[in-house]
Every structure is written in C-alpha cells, then in structure tokens.
Design a binder for this molecule. Sequence first.
Ligand SMILES: Cc1cc2nc3c(=O)[nH]c(=O)nc-3n(C[C@H](O)[C@H](O)[C@H](O)COP(=O)(O)OP(=O)(O)OC[C@H]3O[C@@H](n4cnc5c(N)ncnc54)[C@H](O)[C@@H]3O)c2cc1C
Length: 388
Amino acid sequence: MTVPIENLLDTDAMLAPEELDLRATVRRFGEQRLRPHIAEWFEAGGVPVRELSAELGKLGLLGMHLNGYGCGGSTATAYGVVCQELEAVDSGLRSMVSVQGSLAMFAIYRHGSEEQRQQWLPGMAAGEVIGCFGLTEPDFGSNPSGMRTTARRDGSDWIVSGSKMWITNGTEADLAIVWARAEEGIVGFVVPTDCPGFSAREMTRKLSLRASITAELYLDEVRLPADAQLPEARGLSGPLACLSEARFGIVFGSVGAARDCLETTLDYVAARDVFGKPLAGYQLTQEKLADMAVELGKAQLLALHLGRLKDAGRIRPDQVSFGKLNNVREALQIARQCRTLLGANGITLEYPVLRHANNLESVLTYEGTSEVHQLVIGEALTGVSAFR
Ligand SMILES: Cc1cc2nc3c(=O)[nH]c(=O)nc-3n(C[C@H](O)[C@H](O)[C@H](O)COP(=O)(O)OP(=O)(O)OC[C@H]3O[C@@H](n4cnc5c(N)ncnc54)[C@H](O)[C@@H]3O)c2cc1C
C-alpha cells in the first residue's frame, strides 16, 4: 500500500470543507485547462493572458481574498490553496493571479480612493481589466527606496517620468500601478497604459518563468490627473504592503510546485527499472524521497499555520518572510533533487521538474530575494537592521 504525499501528515484535516471543495475545482481546472498546454507555453515563452484572465475571473480567483467590488471575500488560507494548485502546474500561472490580485488589485483596494475601487476593481476581478505592478527599476530591485522614477506636480496634475523593469504582464496590462519619487516621498499611481508617454516592451530570452510575460515600462513625461494618485499610500510602506500579500501567496504556491515534482518522481521511480529492478526499490532513492517528503510536509504545515495567522489578522511581515524564505528554498531543492531521479528525462519538457526548478529560480528572487528575507528575519531577531 502507498500513502499519497498529501496524506502523509494528514494536512487536509486542517482545511475547511469549502477550502477542500475550492481546491478540487481549481485542481480540475489546472489539470484540464492548463496542464495540457503548459509545456507549449513555456517553450514559446508566453501565455494567452487575456483569455486565461477571463477564465480565472469567471472562477472567482482574481482578488478572491478581497471584500466587495466583485471580489470573493475568501479566507487568506483559501487564496493560498488556490495559489498552490495553480503553481502545481506552473509558477508563471500563479504569478499571473498574484500580480492581478495581490499586487495591482490590492494596491487599489488598500491605498485607493472609493472612486478608484469602484472604477477598477470589478473589471479586474472579472479578468476583463488587466493590471501590472511597477516597482522594480533597472538599478533598484532589492532597494526600491533608491528609485529614480519621479513624480512632480504641474498645477493639479502630476507628471511622471522614469522606467521600470521586470514587470509581469507589463505589455498586456490595461493599467499599471506605478511607484515614483515625489517631493513628499514615494507615491503610487494608477496609470492607464494608453496614456500618452507610456510604453512597454517585452523582455525576451528568459530561462525561467517562461510561461509569463515580463516587460520594461517607460514613462516619458506622462501627465496624470490628481485623482490618479493612490491617496492612502504613504511612503515605501505603500508598495511593501502589497508585496507582503503576494509573498503570502508564494508561501503556498511554492509548495504546489514541489508537490508536483515529487508526485511526478514517485510515479517515475516506480516505473523505471535500473540494474534489473525499479528505481524506487533502492535505499539511495528512498533516502531522497523521504527527505523530500519531510521538507514538503514541513513547508505545508508552515503555509497552513501562516494562513491561519493571516485569517486571524495576526500575521507579521517577518513571519511572511520566514515562510517565503523556507518554502521557496526547499521547493527549489526538491525540484533539483527530483530532476536527479529522472535522469536525462528530467531535463526535458515531457516532465515538469526542470521547468519547475527553473521557475523557482525567479520565485527565489522576486518578491524579495532569499537574502532580503534573511535580513528581515535577522532584524526581527536582533533588533538591528543590516540592510546597509
Ligand atoms: C520573472 C520576474 C518577474 C518579476 N515581476 C516583477 C513585477 O511584476 N513587478 C516588480 O516591480 N518587480 C518584478 N520583478 C523584479 C524582482 O522583484 C527583483 O528582481 C527583485 O526584487 C531583486 O532585485 P534585483 O533583480 O534588482 O536584484 P538586486 O537587488 O540587484 O540583488 C542582487 C543580489 O544582491 C543581494 N542583495 C541585495 N541587497 C542586499 C543586502 N543588503 N545584503 C546582502 N545581499 C543583498 C540580493 O539578495 C541578490 O542576491 C520580477 C523579477 C523576475 C525575475
């Protein structure tokens, strides 16, 4: 008798019936609608963002953890579970949902005016309006406080100039949340991408997260009315609050990618004969499988624990850093180890393991690199900031 990986620790018992139902729905969507195409999208270096966004919107997955404005008002844990199922197919697909719901929509939800929420959120929840989130610049990634994009007032208007880099869905978006430096500090704007002076160019030749569109944004003296500013965003804490939301989704999502690798590998080692018997029957193989299952189980417990903390309104940013650091690092290790067990087959797109490993290299870097999260945890432990 074999025990499915998910049942090893009986973590399903920690999920509510409606969370399990939602998981089943999204898993079915992932297997039937997404997985059959993912290798092709990854190879081609793109995804049909508009088509998929409309379908994800119909399923109620965009901004699902926000309340009102056409959003689902789900628990944070339910949102995490959805991220897990999407990332079990590909990190790029989970990124699409994270950027729309946790970065672009959340920025408007948390920092926007009532008029901005009513204007943008229902269309975004339906997947009819696509958003992107422009924080990173060519010279400022981990340290966004150094950003060079500027916003200056001209009468009641704003003039925004600068460039952003590595922006997910930048060429597909109808609106960009753009962060800029003004006299009073960092400010945020909702920028319709058809504004004169705004342009986006796709970044190609990526070796990771290929089933996701990444772009550079250029803002050349873009004139915006006063009401394009996000009135409640004050300083760097504005974008950082959004990043914390997206990082939370990654805590769960990365476990999905690792689970997919391990499930694939368990099937593979059962079927693959080496030296006259199944690869699954060797002690060296079982050591790898057991160690991976232990790390996967721990990562899932951590995700669920953080989910419940967030649902209770008690989660702290350093706890999200804890989860992102551990779960992405371990997921990447699992993906690489699974690759060894698949031998040469592991390097192909016939199997998901190297695709997941390559994707997880991006996941390790975006939404705060591992080093940034180590520094956040280090500061929480010592009270001393070691960023500079
Ligand atoms: C596929 C992809 C999609 C992305 N999507 C978006 C998006 O939609 N929107 C957006 O705004 N950004 C996005 N990003 C950008 C991402 O957030 C940045 O790449 C990330 O913040 C790291 O910045 P950087 O690449 O400039 O690296 P750097 O900041 O230059 O870091 C380089 C290295 O230095 C280390 N380092 C930095 N500071 C310290 C320190 N104080 N002490 C020790 N080590 C340090 C880092 O950990 C890293 O190892 C995306 C990136 C990728 C790869």
